[in-house]
Each structure stands twice: as C-alpha cells, then as structure tokens.
Ligand binder design. Structure first.
Ligand SMILES: [Zn+2]
Length: 221
C-alpha cells in the first residue's frame, strides 16, 4: 500500500516530478484556471514593492476559491528586508482574511518576526491552519509556535546535520509536520530520508503520515 503513496511536497517553486504530490507556489498573477496542478497563491513579502498589491489582492481573492488553489501564500513577515513592517503586516492580514473567507490554509514566510506572527494569529483569531514554511529556528520559538497551534514545514536545512531544523524536528508532533523543497532542485525524497532518520521512523511510514496530514489539512479528507 505504501508504494502507492506519493512523496508530499507542500511548497515548491519548481515544476515537479510525477511520483510526488506537490503544491506549486504560483508566481504573481498566475491564473489557476490555466492548469490543474495544485497551487498556492499569495504575495511574498519580498515582492510587495515589485507588484501592484491592490491588483494582486484582487486576483488572489478572485482565484482563492478555485479547486486547485490549496492554500494562500507564501505570505508573511520578514524583518530582514527594507519594506516597512507595517505595510507587510497589513498585506499579510488581508491575505489572512482571504484565506479565512475560503477556509484554506496559509503557507507562511516568517523571518525574525515570530512574536508578531503569533500576535496576529491571536488578534485575528485565525481559524485556518497556519503553516510556517522552511522552518529553521530554535527550539524556544518552535515551542511557542506549537503552543499556538502552528504547523511546520521543513526543507533543505535538514540536509545540514547541525541546523536548528535537524536538531528540533523531533519535537514537532507528526500531525503538525510537512516537508518541502522550496526553491531548490533537491529531490523531495532526500528531505524525506533525512526527516525519517531524525524522527526515527521508516520512510514508508513517514510518507504515509505526511500524506494523511496533507489530505486532512489541504483537502479536508
Ligand atoms: Zn518559497
């Protein structure tokens, strides 16, 4: 049975291999109706100053209910960029409202702004799952995020044994865990191999658990 279960990759910027189930992070102004691949749509904080955000938000709102749009994002907060944090927060909140209106999860980019992220989740009383993607921060932050019922997606940092991601992945309850390749060419299989080693469960079992998480969170099955 496990052979039939695909590798689940919840965040990639690349066209994907056939034996994996993935969510393609669509570029701005992507029209989900032009294809049937699973996508997430959103305004990345890095792109705020490059796009017409009103237009982008309109198109996200229009397309958010499309069947193959599985999540809103990546969107979020980044303290290492020049864009004013207030502006980032405002756009992030508008995207949270869209996600709430269609009851779809959020894929979140967060750099050095976890207190703000948690505050916003509380302030808006967000009910859709919020998945922090590319997690590679310390245990203390992970614990706070867990207390606030965030989900986690781990990627390339797992290939470095000394990374925060590698050290703390085992504290994440498996029901709150996802894996991803993001903008790299690394095969998702390699990320699964590492994760299964750190979690001390075999790869087939891990594939199945992550697949079930995907079904539950992204397709309500
Ligand atoms: Zn990404």
């Amino acid at each position: 049975m496990n052979n039939a279960i695909p590798y689940t990759n919840i965040h990639t910027h690349q066209a994907t291999a056939e034996d994996e189930l993935s969510i393609f992070n669509a570029p701005d102004h992507f029209d989900p109706c032009t294809s049937n691949i699973y996508v997430s749509i959103g305004i990345h904080p890095w792109n705020i100053e490059k796009v017409n955000s009103t237009e982008c938000l309109d198109s996200i709102q229009t397309n958010a209910s499309a069947k193959n749009v599985l999540a809103i994002g990546e969107c979020g907060l980044d303290k290492l960029i020049d864009t004013d944090l207030k502006i980032q927060e405002d756009l992030f909140k508008q995207q949270i409202h869209i996600a709430e209106s269609v009851k779809k999860p959020l894929i979140i980019h967060c750099v050095k702004a976890f207190d703000e992220l948690i505050r916003i989740k509380k302030e808006l009383n967000v009910s859709v799952p919020m998945i922090v993607h590319g997690y590679n921060n310390n245990e203390q932050i992970a614990v706070k995020l867990l207390e606030n019922k965030f989900y986690f997606s781990f990627g390339k940092a797992l290939l470095n044994e000394d990374s925060n991601a590698s050290k703390i992945i085992s504290i994440i309850p498996i029901g709150q865990l996802f894996l991803e390749t993001d903008d790299t060419d690394i095969p998702i299989k390699s990320i699964f191999e590492r994760a299964s080693r750190y979690l001390q469960i075999d790869e087939a079992a891990l594939k199945e658990k992550i697949y079930l998480n995907f079904k539950r969170i992204f397709t309500n099955e």
